[in-house]
Design a protein around this ligand. Structure first.
Ligand code: NAP
Length: 319
């Protein structure tokens, strides 16, 4: 039985992730962590969760705190803390603000819970994963980000809808940046293990349109209801379930790639990783040439921002 802590649990993604994680059988305790100014909110979330556990018969313990010591003995610490983008603010400014928050928390985690795996959700998630890795000084197998897991799930759902099959029959993957330069691996997309091009009775889906839909989904949800919540919350809980259950699944997460994909890497970015209790292990693969070219561009884009943010953090002595 394990303890899982969520930093930024007063936010939309963090609090829904807490509910989703509470349904995982081997979770003993959840810590809702946030700033001291948010303790009243965290207490209310905890009490509401406990009511839901009473109704469903879940025995999970829930506490709330702003003291780093409360993270001790966590198996996984999830960082969802971050500021939303303000009007007129550019992505780099936002990235720097969130980088300071993530760097600070990553240092605290490593002091009080040195064995914990760190899962980063705050955006831009690939850059924040590099920040958490650098500031924690942890082994790269123990720090990872939500990456393109949710994007991959969105694509899977669109393909399942087109072919009118259950989502579990679809295998697909989006690698690269969780953002504009994400790269769908059409060559690795199958239904029931059969390549899309082999389904001759079906009209082929418009693949560029599907990709554009995936890219726009998050923004569309934010415009309609203010925030994404259930999608990222369930995606986070899936990862927690896979780790605690030692399931050895291959998910597409943000992790440090050295040279695993066609010899490319040098940054944290969305790639297929084998994931289990010991953390994440990038899977070495060769992808098609056009996919490799797009992945190279995505790496270059993420690397440029990551290097700029790292430089700023060093200048301000945050790193
Ligand atoms: P939200 O509702 O605005 O919540 C933000 C959380 O961050 C709150 O707990 C807030 O705490 C905390 N926070 C804000 N400023 C802080 C600071 N200076 N120091 C410490 N904590 C601070 O946002 P959300 O919708 O939950 O999203 C959270 C993050 O996840 C965002 O960065 C978002 O872009 C990202 N996200 C990523 C994905 C993905 O696929 N990677 C998907 C969805 C969301 P207070 O209550 O104290 O203000």
């Amino acid at each position: 039985m394990y303890k899982v802590s969520i930093i930024g649990a007063s936010g939309t993604v963090g609090r829904y992730a807490a509910l989703a994680i509470s349904r995982i059988p081997n979770v003993r305790e959840i810590v809702l962590f946030g700033r001291s100014s948010s303790q009243a909110m965290l207490e209310s979330i905890a009490r509401d969760l406990l009511d839901s556990f009473a109704a469903t018969g879940i025995p999970t313990k829930v506490s709330w705190s702003s003291a780093a010591e409360s993270l001790a003995d966590s198996k996984i610490v999830i960082i969802t803390a971050g500021v939303p983008r303000k009007q007129g603010q550019d992505r780099l400014d936002l990235a720097y603000q969130n980088a300071e928050i993530v760097a600070q928390y990553a240092k605290e985690i490593v002091c009080v819970a040195p064995k914990a795996l760190i899962m980063v959700v705050s955006n831009p998630v690939d850059v924040m994963t590099s920040v958490a890795l650098a500031s924690s000084g942890k082994d790269p197998h123990h720090v990872f980000g939500l990456g393109t897991h949710l994007d991959s799930m969105r694509l899977k759902s669109l393909i399942a809808d087109h072919y009118q099959v259950h989502v579990s029959e679809v295998h697909t993957r989006i690698i690269g940046e969780h953002g504009e330069s994400m790269v769908p691996l059409w060559s690795a997309t199958t239904i029931g293990g059969i390549q899309l091009s082999h389904f001759y009775e079906f009209e082929a889906p418009n693949l560029p349109f599907l990709l554009e839909t995936v890219k726009k989904t998050g923004q569309m949800i934010i415009e309609g209801r203010g925030a994404t919540e259930w999608g990222p919350g369930e995606a986070i809980a899936t990862i927690v379930r896979v780790i605690l259950g030692n399931e050895n699944r291959i998910l597409t997460l943000s992790a440090y790639v050295s040279r695993e994909i066609n010899g490319m890497g040098g940054v944290c970015i969305g790639i297929p990783v084998l994931i289990h209790k010991q953390g994440v292990h990038p899977v070495a693969i060769h992808i098609e040439e056009d996919e490799a070219n797009a992945f190279r561009d995505s790496i270059a884009r993420v690397k440029a921002v990551t290097e700029e943010i790292m430089m700023l953090l060093k200048e301000k002595e945050v790193l």
